[in-house]
Design a protein around this ligand. Structure first.
Ligand code: A2P
Length: 270
């Protein structure tokens, strides 16, 4: 498998496809999923302090034998404790068993979008992470962070799919040199039953999951589908050897339920 990459505004490359481990239980489920992904050629793993599975991710990374420099590892600062992002990054590194992650992002803007940013910059300055960013931030929240930043965020990870096609947010991110990353690209599985997606998949002799993931990578949007099944992890990686037509893209774009909003999420959930 050959995975294309996207160059972040700070010059580092992020693989367009990664394995997301949200809702993957700590222990053998997580170790196996990450191990299979690495065997199958994934080089990008996305975890978070809040997922409680960084140790399992770390174990799988070590056991894989894949050289550290070939991997792209993201973890996320859990803002609920109002803690110190740099100190929490150091704890993540210990759990993951690495000296540095590639991307460290604020998981959501709880308590306001800016208070954690100086600590994120400190984590960056101390070399705990190569790049820093945010997640679940709206355009307005992103603007506020950029307003106080010495080192600006290079990524904003949000729920994104043809059904959550936040065009306004995507355009603003691009204008500001922030890579929009797509989580829950399959709608946590719900979007796989859609008739439009199925029809395109059948015509291209692909699966609905591959169509939804291709829709992201064809736009150079990094995407992190989650699965704990080896055959699905393999299936989700076979997206760099076919293309959607302009008509396919337009049909998928029309599924948007967010009507191009610049919001990062439907509501505040914390
Ligand atoms: P599982 O982990 O049991 O394989 P998202 O990435 O949008 O959050 O979606 C993840 C959900 O979609 C999980 O429930 C996962 O189930 C399921 N899933 C992931 N890949 C596939 C696939 N290729 N085909 C069907 N379901 C999938």
């Amino acid at each position: 498998m050959s995975v294309s990459t996207h160059r972040l505004a700070d010059g580092h490359e992020i693989p367009l496809l990664g394995l997301g481990v949200w809702q993957v239980s700590d222990g053998s489920d997580c170790v196996n999923a990450v191990r299979w992904a690495l065997e199958l050629g994934y080089r990008h793993i996305d975890t978070a302090q809040a997922y409680g599975n960084e140790e399992s991710v770390g174990r799988a990374l070590r056991e894989s034998g894949v050289p550290r420099e070939d991997l792209f590892i993201t973890t996320k600062f859990y803002p609920r404790r109002r803690g110190d992002p740099a100190a929490e990054a150091e704890r993540s590194l210990r759990r993951l068993g690495v000296d540095q992650v590639d991307l460290y992002i604020i998981h959501w803007p709880e308590g306001g979008p800016t208070w954690a940013w100086p600590g994120m910059e400190k984590a960056h300055e101390l070399g705990y992470t190569r790049s820093i960013g945010v997640s679940n931030f709206s355009v307005q929240e992103l603007e506020q962070v950029i307003g106080v930043a010495g080192v600006p965020p290079v990524a904003n990870q949000v729920q994104f799919s043809p059904f959550e096609y936040r065009r306004g947010l995507l355009d603003e991110c691009r204008r500001r040199g922030v890579a929009l990353e797509a989580y829950s690209p399959l709608g946590t599985g719900r979007h796989l039953d859609d008739a439009t997606v199925i029809a395109i998949a059948e015509r291209l002799e692909r699966t609905p999951a591959q169509v939804l993931l291709r829709w992201c990578v064809q736009r150079e949007i990094p995407v992190i589908p989650k699965s704990t099944h080896r055959e699905r992890i393999a299936e989700n990686a076979q997206i760099f050897d076919f293309a959607l037509t302009d008509a396919d893209l337009a049909a998928l774009d029309a599924l948007d339920r967010t009507r191009g909003t610049d919001r990062a999420r439907e509501r505040k959930w914390w």
